[in-house]
Each structure stands twice: as structure tokens, then as C-alpha cells.
Design a binder for this molecule. Sequence first.
Ligand code: ADP
Ligand code: ZN
Ligand code: MG
Length: 497
Amino acid sequence: MMDPHTVSDQHSNKDGLMADFEAVIGLETHIQLNTVTKIFCSCKADSWEDPPNTNICPVCAGLPGVLPVLNEAAVYKGALLAAAMHAEVRLVSYFDRKNYFYPDLPKGYQISQFDLALGDGGYLDVTMPGGFVRRVNITKLHLEEDAGKTKYEGGKRLVDFNRCGVPLVEMVTEPDLRSADEAAQYLIRLRQLLRWMGVSEADMEKGHLRCDANVSIRTVGSTHLNTKTEIKNVNSIEAVRAAINMEIERQVSLVQAGGQVESWTLDWDETRQRLNKMRSKETEADYRYFREPDLLPLELTSEWRDAVIHNLPELPLERQLRFMTHYQLPEYDADILTADRPIADYYEAALTAYEGDPKVLSNWIMNEVLRMQNELGLSADALTLTPEYLAEVIRLVDAGTINAATGKALLMKVQQSGQAPQAIVIAEGLSQVSDDSALQSVIDAVLAAHLQEVESYRNGKEGLFGWFMGQVMRQTRGQADPAKTRELLQKALQEKR
Ligand code: ADP
Ligand code: ZN
Ligand code: MG
């Protein structure tokens, strides 16, 4: 993997059809901030499980004569995200009115930020399929309020204002992405970052992270930006990937046949997995932006901004690289162990307690703890099996007190009982049978009871060795020291030859 600050211009295009062309993609994302209340009133922000129109008030429902009051938590989370994206947090930014008419927009305008937004610039370094790091630059990062929802039911259009006034960050990338896979990877890393920072739940299915994809093609080597289309309504990573691939193929076939790409807006039909044309010419709507007269300029002190920057945690990619350099972990391990903050913290806490080989610990977590997490649907910080308990189990295995199979089973026992590993080993008599004479007598008994198999083994059926191992393990309820058993069993089978 390359240093994240090296910008690569490698491509990860699919070949074949694409041989002469490359795709040019820019994403517009809307991120729902996970504040308790809405951005300009004190209504509950998250209405996912609530009936329509139950979290509304005169402010967010757009009644006349009321005034918005800016929610500091939304500003804080927006600024934290801007800082994490390496954007400059503007000390003075403004809210503007974006005017348009739509049934789910009761005020007739959306309060947004236009020219002088909270964030200025920024980028996200994304490790792409193929291993190189692509820097995706940010064109726009601003705060705004969400609109409501409309839906059709029984031939009627219904509106739900619950979502009106929910805080959003809109983030627009430069056309820096070069394939559907790269676009998908950007969203995967953005989602990871949002959760890592604790600013959004970033659940695409719930609309916490929404994406429109802009797609054009050009001949490889060109720096020209050709006419693009915009795909709306792609609500999962896989939909983004499928829709963009389909659109790239459409544009390439069109151009190869001598046609020209027109500036369409396309709608992704999830059930039929295809793109529908919504409108042919994206009319540059006149939103008639003007400064929001009901809000003061958003002025931050440099102390406040410094505090935000000070609160920035080590970011996922930085942490992954540190895991690789400090603990000599393979890139693959370091990536998985930094998938979210709880698992990264879990790994480092366990390592402190374990004081052993970082890769051995990584294996235990990747094989056993992640499986347990998946089974139980728990994040690492919610496990009863604490990092300290995990370390204790591995130390018991390393010391030969229990064998690896017992150790693995012990993890779930600790998780379910909350008891310390040592205590369970003693209470259940799980200590490995590694005492020579005890093992020898088990082996002798096994051989005596299976003379025919012993005979076959000695006549060359060496594949039976594993079966003998299994018998000894069964007799010792899985607690025999495998290495010692193998050694003694080999000797016993040969001696009597
Ligand atoms: P519009 O005028 O349609 O709103 P913008 O210039 O504001 O277009 O860009 C919107 C998004 O489209 C951005 O993410 C930008 O990176 C992307 N974009 C702009 N031009 C192209 C292009 N030729 N091909 C692909 N994406 C593009
Ligand atoms: Zn309200
Ligand atoms: Mg635009």
C-alpha cells in the first residue's frame, strides 16, 4: 500500500469494452447527522420508527411568524466532519435560502449554505481495489436542512414532514473517480469515516447516507470533461456499483455507435435493476439563493475551531497504517482491525493485556472474535468477552494449560457467563492433558481396543493416524495436548511394529 499522501493516477477500469475509454465520476452525497434534535428547532431528529407527522412543530412545518434557532450540535458535527475530510472550517459562514416549490417543502425554501459554507476544500484518501490510494477532492461541504418525504398510496400523494429540518451535510466530490468500483469504495470509506467520527449512523437503507452519481466517459489520456448524466436514487453501495456500470456501458456503446451523450437525469429502478430517464435536459433551476434573513452569520471562535480539531481522533487510514508499521500486521489484517473504532480499540487493549505476538492476537480476533460478533450481532465494545479476558485465554493456550480447541470454545463460555477464563478452566476441569503418563495410558487403551486398526496401520494404511488422534481426543474430551499426543501416538504405533 502506498503512503496516503501520494496521489496516484493509476486506473482501476474494467478492460475490454472500456479499452479506449475511461469513466469520470463525481458523487454528491447527503449525510444525515445523528443529532438528538433537528437543526433549527427542538423536534426529535430521528423519526425512523415514528408515524408520519408526529415530530413536527411550527418551525419545521413552515408556519409563518416563527424563527429558526441553530442547533450547536449540528454545527459541531458538521465541523468535525469537515476537519476529518481535511477541509478548512470557515470561521464565518452563512446560511442561504434555496427557493423551490415541492409538496414536501412546506416553507417553500430550504435553508442551506451556498457560497460561503462551513467547509472549504478537503479530500478523502481512498485505498482502491488494486491497492493504490486515490485522493478524492471535495468541491463542496455545507450544512443544510432536509425536506420531508412524499409517497404515493392508493392513487394519492401523501406527505410526511417528520424529516423536515433534520440536519444534513451535503458533500460534493470533484469528478475524481474512475470506475463504478472506485465510486463504491469511496462510499464504503466515507461510511466508515462517518461512523468512526460518530457524526452519522450512515445507514444507506435508512437514507442516512444518500448519493447521486454523475457519470461521463472520455478517451483514456484526455483531461476533457464530457457531457455527464446524473443518476438519482441509488440507495445502497451495490446499487451505486450496478447503476454506474450500466451507465458507463450505455455511454460507451452510444459513443462507439457514433452517438452523443446527452445531459440526462436518470433514475435507478432498484427492483428492475435498470435506469430510467427522468428528464432530458437538466434545467439549471433558478433557486434564487439569497442570505437567510432569519439567521445571523455563523461565526465560530478560533478557540472553538481548535477544540474541534483537537477532538479529531486518529482517522481510519492513519490507524490502519500505524497497525501495519507498529505491529507489523499485514495490510489485510490492519484493514479489518480498523473497520470500526470499537474493534480497533479492542485490538489494542487486548494487545496491551496480552503482551504477545501482535499477529497471533490478530488471528484470534479475525477468526474467533469477529465470528462471535457476527453471531451475536454485537460491536466489539459490547462483548462480555473483554479484551483482557481474550488475552487471558490466549495466554492459557500459549502456556499449554489448555489446547487451542478448548481455548476457542472457552471464548464463548466467557462471553455467556461473564466469568474469568481461569475460573472456568478450573471449575470445568478444562486443563489440557499433557501429562505423559496420563496420555500414555489413554493411548495404550485406544490401541488395545482397536487391534484391527493397529494392524491395518502397520500394514501401510498410514491415513489411519488421524483417526487414532481423534480417538485419543475423544477419550480426553478434547483436552489432550495435540503435539504431545501426536508424538506419543507415533511412538506407540511404531514400537509395537
Ligand atoms: P451540475 O451543474 O449538474 O450541478 P456540477 O458541476 O455542480 O454539475 O457537479 C455536480 C457533480 O458532478 C460533482 O460531483 C462533479 O464532480 C460531477 N461532475 C461534473 N462534471 C462532470 C463530468 N463531466 N463527468 C462526471 N462528473 C462530473
Ligand atoms: Zn420542529
Ligand atoms: Mg451543481
